[in-house]
Write a protein that binds this ligand. Sequence first.
Ligand SMILES: Cc1ccc(OCc2nc(C(=O)N[C@H]3CCS(=O)(=O)C3)cs2)cc1
Length: 339
Amino acid sequence: KEQLMTIQSEALEAIQGVGTLDELNTLRVKYLGKKGAITGVMKEMRSLSQDERPLIGELANKVREAVETAISDKTAELKEAVLKARLASETIDITLNKPQPLLGHEHPLIKTIETLEDLFIDMGFTVVDGPEVETVANNFDLLNAPADHPSRDLTDTFYIDEGTVLRTQTSPVQIRAMKEMGAPLRIVSSGRVFRSDEVDATHSPMFHQLEGLIIDETISMANLFETLNIFVKALFGDDIETRFRPHNFPFTEPSAEVDVTCTVCGGVGCPACHNTGWSMELLGCGMVHPNVLKNCGIDPEKYSGFAFGMGIDRIAMIKYGLDDIRLLFENDQRFLKQF
Ligand SMILES: Cc1ccc(OCc2nc(C(=O)N[C@H]3CCS(=O)(=O)C3)cs2)cc1
């Protein structure tokens, strides 16, 4: 009797103390197995008297049940603990903010080109494109540039060979369109142009230009002024004014350079416009020179037209308040991701 009670208290205490299912299994074998402690006592029952045997047998079963219950409870407890530990380690907090995918940004120059082209498309122009490597004829001769015109010099123009250049303006695209499509015509062309200028905060050997050209039977200087006025107000806002100063270009006569009131101070004068109140020479324009019409097979007696050109990089710099044109070409992510 004492043996059984000792076995029970040892077993129950040992079961309480185990940490893992393996240890618990070892205890189950130790107490309940074929060679276990309780089985051992049962075997010694033969030595007991007739009247003692049933008593001890009953007690032994009670001890076995107590140990089995304790083991199954502990098994459940340990399994529960294992499950809880596993759930804790595998918990995913869905409210954590995951790193956002890097989104692409449209380059400020592309945004400006798209804005400008959309404005002219809304005014009835068609966008045309052309090669960046051009013939001297399309880039100078057919544009009525005299043979000794300074713009032809190596200081201004990149030559591929004697008859081939990197275009210095997008005008050759308009020349090609005039030769291929004839009049009437309403086109804009934009793209990269190349000038072997000095490089500084406002000059780059490669920059971007947008040019427009209208040719029809009754085109006048008034149409030109109004078209550019509407364009400038659409781009910079209604209270921006334009000023046309006489100028001359080989490909237009008469010609004008266009100033617009400073987009920073609205015209009262500020550091951005050197206190003049004006953004100078934002674009140039003029009536297409009759020689240019003739060079492209269009009768200047029947047709007239106007043309204009602007530096897109310059407009982007004004629109986004940039002070160095090179920011547009360096591809510095810190700059680009702001747009
Ligand atoms: C057949 C054809 C006939 C005429 C043409 O005249 C295009 C024109 N461009 C300008 C002009 O001032 N352009 C400059 C503005 C700033 S810039 O980017 O440096 C170039 C005036 S008239 C074009 C094509």
